[in-house]
Design a protein around this ligand. Structure first.
Ligand code: GDP
Ligand code: MG
Length: 202
């Protein structure tokens, strides 16, 4: 079993995150809990890159469609289709426009429970209902209601891998192995080493 500190997750600061000048704020939040940045790049993604990214998990389209249909029904509105896959296709089209509208910053963060902790810090998909204290809850206000009415993707600043299985597929989609840097930082000893307390007082 590899040490839990080797877990990695993909984070993408979406175009609105860059436009809102939140790059430093976002990175600070992952960095300060002890995760380590091991890859980073800025570019404007292509539509194909985005479509392929969201289709890496064969279940995602159906799941996102079901989620969207439930959100229409909660508002007492009729969804654009009752077929989750069709609604999922609509979300993919909206995401292609959103995610290619400007530069994004893609990052890989490494550390124990990286996937789960990054999702916790990032917050729920809809900023309107995301918890206070999370990035999506503290720095933006978009809602399913506004996004669906305007036929666009929810603007929520960040993509973060949803599971370790997703992260394992997403990281090689965005980075070659050579772009991921292996290095140590001294605070890893305090976070992970069993014997660290022996060395502190000499
Ligand atoms: P995430 O993992 O929290 O980013 O959420 P998902 O993987 O379910 O969806 C991916 C992205 O699609 C979200 O971050 C939103 O930008 C967008 N999105 C998801 N569901 C909806 C929806 O029902 N309506 C709209 N307009 N956008 C959505
Ligand atoms: Mg997701």
């Amino acid at each position: 079993m590899p040490h839990p500190k080797t877990e990695r997750t993909l984070v993408v600061v979406k175009p609105d995150g860059i436009q809102r000048a939140l790059i430093g704020e976002i990175m600070k939040r992952y960095e300060r809990i002890g995760l380590k940045l091991v890859a980073l790049k800025m570019f404007v993604p292509t539509e194909k890159m985005i479509e392929d990214h969201y289709l890496l998990d064969p279940q995602w389209k159906k799941n996102v469609g079901e989620k969207a249909i439930a959100s229409y029904e909660k508002k007492g509105e009729t969804p654009p289709s009752s077929d989750p896959t069709e609604v999922g296709n609509l979300v993919v089209e909206r995401l292609k426009k959103y995610m290619t509208s400007g530069p994004v910053i893609a990052m890989v963060w490494e550390g124990a429970h990286a996937v789960e902790l990054v999702r916790k810090i990032t917050g729920g998909t809809e900023p309107r209902s995301a918890s206070v204290g999370t990035i999506r809850g503290d720095f933006v206000l978009d809602s399913y209601q506004m996004a669906d009415t305007a036929d666009r993707a929810i603007r929520n600043l960040i993509h973060a891998s949803g599971s370790t299985a997703d992260a394992i597929k997403e990281i090689p989609h965005w980075f070659s192995e050579g772009e991921i840097v292996k290095y140590n930082v001294p605070h890893e000893a305090t976070l992970y080493d069993v014997d660290i307390m022996k060395g502190i007082l000499g």
